[in-house]
Ligand binder design. Sequence first.
Ligand code: AMP
Length: 473
Amino acid sequence: MSQKPFSSLKLHADVLRNLESLEYEVMTPIQAQSLPPILAGQDVIGQGKTGSGKTAAFGLGLLSRLDVSNFEIQSLVLCPTRELADQVAKEIRRLARATKNVKVSTICGGTPFRIQADSLSHGAHILVGTPGRVEDHLRKGTMNLQGLTTLVLDEADRMLDMGFQETLDIIIEQIPRKRQTLLFSATFPDEIQSIAARIMIDPVMAKVASTHDSDTISQRFFQVPDDFDRLTALRLLLLKFRPESAVVFCNTKRDAQEVAADLREHGFAALALHGDLEQRDRDQTLLRFTNKSVTVLVATDVAARGLDIDSLHAVINYHIASDAEVHLHRIGRTGRAGSKGSAYSLISEKENYKLALLQDYLDQIIVGESLPPIALLKGTPPKPAMATIVISAGKKQKIRPGDILGALTGAGGIAGAQVGRINIFIERSYVAVHISAARSALRKLAEGKLKGRSFRSRLLRGHPEKKRDSRKY
Ligand code: AMP
């Protein structure tokens, strides 16, 4: 934690006293970096996970701009889930104790719309909500954001993961351009950069951890003896390092298929990504990997082009690439967004010439290690964290992420924190749910309705090569 006291900031004495009573003695790193520009009225992009103190960073900012005598909504905080919105509202209320009569309201799905509309009609200074329900109120004219001065997107990466991009665009279109925009996100995939470029003005970056550079990837090379089966060598690496998500690069399509099939046969949640897949199979394969219901993606370089995957724990080269640049491109996919990545390569005697090229290119000596002990083959492969549910309704049926989230998390449903990525296609939607909640989620979907209608839903299993997944939805 940085040692800067809050008193180094231009905060009202009452606010400082309140922080003291909350026992916030010094600023957390994200607060130390982001609060000065936030209090100066600048747009700020902050890197902040739950636990970093990000809520107080933007909370103190929006409270400092608040005019309590004005009953218009002045700040809107958008969060991916109801649980987070409740948590954020609670923290803002604690911070607001120093100022009299501040009204903070939460606007999320799962609470009757009419009650919220009624509460909104009595005025509120700060709204904390989920995008779907806020959009509903805007559409029905029960919320007016014309007096807004501060917009906060909290856990922006998770909101985009959950498919809220369009909803956010609709909301942002309806708020004043002249405002302060604060965006907090744990990771910074391209979509975050692009939304920031569209909706923010000269944002200041407040990052705490250094992002990906060569130091954040550890590279190791494993020697496969000539008489040793390479498929077994790969399994040894996966069982030894147990990455939560890994891309295995193969030089040919045939290898990719064979490797994925072998891994599946040995209990790994693995799928192949190669040029022969039909578009729908490619979409499904990618979404199952990015939503964490498949742990190993076996890909060719061509098929992996343009792949934008965050928080990839490991890249494994089943065969080393012939070109050093391709090699670097492959391993650069791990260790993104400040998280440490690992790259493992299998090499055999016959491939030593490629290794020599790579050594020249990297200007470093590469030492091949022995494979992990064979006894590891007795271990069980890591299980995916999530399961994918496919629903037979999509954009055509006007399904939005909020509808699916609402159907899953309403009364008797699963917790918002157990819902992962939501992807909506023309006639189908996919939602990732925590594996332990998959059954309850399916039951809830079967009993409930989406847009007033019942739709079929099922767990997405199997793999595209097996035509089990080629049903209509
Ligand atoms: P957040 O990352 O916003 O969810 O905050 C994590 C927790 O840290 C919350 O319980 C806050 O009340 C607490 N907190 C935030 N800022 C500070 C601080 N400067 N010193 C001590 N605790 C803090």
